[in-house]
Write a protein that binds this ligand. Sequence first.
Ligand code: UT7
Length: 336
Amino acid sequence: MSLRGATICGVGSYLPETVLTNADWERMVDTTDEWIIRHTGINERRLAADDQASSDLAIKAAQRALDDAGISPEQIGLIMLTTVTPDYFFPATACLVQDAIGAKNAGAMDMSSGCTGFIYAMAAGANFVRSGDYDYVLLISAEVLTRIADWTDRSTCVLFGDGAGAAVMGPCGRDEGLLSFALSSHGEYGDLLILPGGGSRLRLTSELIAQGQDCLAMQGPEIFKLAVRGIPRIAHEALDKAGLRPADVSAVIMHQANRRILDAAADRLDIDPKKVINTVSKYGNTSAASVPMCLDDTYRKGQLSPGDIVLFVGFGAGFTLGAAVVRWTLPPFTSA
Ligand code: UT7
């Protein structure tokens, strides 16, 4: 039994300035605003500038989270960054961020758990804090998904956006902060959402690039079914571990892939749909970044108060699932 808990004590996000609307996509591929909204609930998403990589977005989100937490970069003991679009295979994007923000006392590592990344990092980061190994762990999720999207494939390109979110985890009382989590992996479905080329399996050649093997490939309807079946199971597992019921939940911060998945999850979990936060309409699917971006959006609107039970849920490439239950500790956000 640990002597202390671990809580989110600062939140931040960063959105690239350029907005890509459904009307923009109508001009580029054979699609319509009406199809995109009906099938996904997405109205617009953000597009990183040509000279922005994931670390550039991550640095800004991290600085905002540190400001919000009121701690200095030197107080961070560990940086855990989740992304499927790192700047490079190596060095880790987390190390680039560590240098840029001046976190000179921190270790740094990247994690890859697809769109579930932030939940995985939150679970691991909390244990570093609970154990007393580190007082503050910086969690960052950053993605420039538009750079690995096939801009000619209408079934995927319209879904994705760019952005970053971050949170600082620090110590708290034992019965607050992260109360429980549940993680699972279903590698047998790995090929349903994959970036086939560029790794040690398939070295990219101009021929493979011409075939689009350097771009994300997704079997959307199959992932949709796995998500809708898996979300209630993983969420119930985490809630059961915390000794809580869906009725106790104040807000659900879920991976933002599709409005229909958010609605189906609310229905299957028997949670008021108003509690399931929707930011997919304005940011699209930003993979690992979507959960902390959604968290920051909700927090900065003053919608979270101490004592609220926040249910985090993620699903994505792997196929991975994750859920975490947090008794919120930060006061409602007010701009100074
Ligand atoms: O973040 C990681 C996890 N990823 C997800 O959670 C994604 C989960 N999947 C989904 O969100 C949905 O499956 C999609 C949004 C990807 C697709 O929606 P869908 O309702 O499952 O559509 P579909 O793929 O079954 O396609 C239906 C039709 C097809 O035409 P036919 O064969 O019925 O004539 C597609 O060719 O819609 C067509 N279509 C489009 N039409 C206009 C597919 N994309 C488009 C498009 N515009 N952008």
